[in-house]
Design a protein around this ligand. Structure first.
Ligand code: COA
Length: 339
């Protein structure tokens, strides 16, 4: 019998420090009006101090998710972390969480798929489940991005978009069919893609081995230690790939957009998500957005949305969920999940 990867719980944690658009306009030439109109973002969260790292946020989200599932850390047999902002150049955040949570010496790995981290992560977890390599899995998506943003007018196109935060899911391998004849719960299908020709369209060049030696003062001057993006190119590719992902997953599973209870897209720009919603002909309540309050938390956006959707009663057991993501790489993809 084939195993299903069933999501048992989801939780999130964001730093307490709220940074509004007006706060940013004191640091750079920008305005609440520009940011709201172009992106939908009103505020984001930044870490309170340098002592807070990606694994700190990830651990907080993970502990809440474990508590909701009623699992002790020792029960886990795999940790998967998605992040583009690890605590250290190496090792990854997965092993830091293994130690911080007090898990057994289970496998722990990091995924580097940027804003597509959650959708790649769920697909990876599904593979571990289907190949019977893990039964109780923790998937953590966490980012601390504020320290590398250029919070001056030079970096305003990127700086206003991003925030810090984390989300975590517990996922269990089960071979049950919920209820008599009811649809199977769990990850039904995933679709992933990449196109490395877009690597330099959205990237942060340093630190990295493509530029030999340590970071030099001139690199800092040149802004190579901050993320850079050609926003218009990313925008167009995002809309195209998100729709390609949605149509592929729906078609090959014989599902129409109207059958989906909730679409949970990556939170990069409210206008992108609005275009996707209109193209799929869905009413606003069928697409979950919270970019207004958190900005783009990269890999963490979708699990934070899922967590809030559950808290708000917009996502219930048995619902059909479609996740959609696009990000640096380019990478993209989605998951069709029976919650
Ligand atoms: N405040 C005020 N003005 C700003 C600004 C800011 N924070 N950032 C840029 N501008 C200026 C630009 O300098 C430009 O000025 P100019 O016309 O005098 O040259 C003007 O605003 C328009 O900039 P533009 O880049 O054309 O805006 P846009 O409508 O494309 O919106 C983004 C910019 C970044 C919001 C948008 O392109 C976007 O969301 N891209 C996709 C992001 C994404 O999907 N990321 C996913 C992976 S993380």
């Amino acid at each position: 019998m084939s195993l299903q990867a069933v999501i048992r719980s989801v939780s999130h944690y964001v730093p307490t420090r709220r940074v509004t658009n007006d706060d940013l306009s004191k640091l750079m030439e920008t305005s609440d009006e520009w940011i709201t109109e172009r992106t939908g973002i009103k505020e984001r969260r930044f870490i309170e101090s340098d002592a807070v790292t990606t694994s700190t946020l990830g651990e907080a989200a993970a502990r809440k998710a474990l508590e909701k599932a009623g699992w002790a850390p020792e029960e886990l047999d795999l940790i998967v972390v998605a992040t583009l902002s690890p605590d250290l150049y190496f090792p990854g955040v997965g092993v830091l969480l293994q130690q911080r949570l007090g898990c057994r010496t289970i496998p722990a790995l990091d995924i580097r798929a940027q804003c597509s981290g959650l959708v790649y992560g769920l697909s990876c977890v599904d593979g571990f489940v289907k190949s019977r390599q893990a039964k109780k899995i923790l998937l953590v998506c966490a980012e601390v991005q504020s320290p590398v943003l250029d919070l001056t007018t030079r970096g305003r196109d990127m700086a206003v978009l991003f925030g810090d935060g984390a989300g975590a899911l517990t996922i269990e391998a089960v071979d049950e069919v919920d209820g008599a004849g009811a649809a199977k719960r769990g990850i039904i299908d995933s679709f992933l893609g990449s196109d490395g020709s877009g690597a330099e369209v959205l990237c942060m060049k340093l630190p990295g081995t493509a530029r030999p030696g340590f970071i030099k003062a001139s690199d800092i001057e040149a802004g190579l230690v901050h993320p850079k993006m050609d926003g218009k190119v990313v925008f167009k590719n995002a809309v195209t790939r998100l729709l390609e992902t949605a149509h592929t997953l729906l078609k090959r599973n014989g599902v129409s957009p109207g059958d989906v209870s909730l679409v949970v897209p990556h939170q990069a720009n409210l206008r992108i998500n609005e275009m996707v919603r209109q193209e799929l002909k869905l009413p606003p309540e069928r697409v979950f957005n919270n970019i207004q309050r958190y900005g783009n938390t990269t890999a963490a956006t979708i699990p934070i949305c899922l967590s809030e959707a559950v808290e708000e009663g917009r996502l219930k057991q048995g619902d059909l969920v479609l996740t959609l993501a696009f990000g640096a790489g380019f990478t993209w993809g989605g998951n069709l999940v029976r919650w």
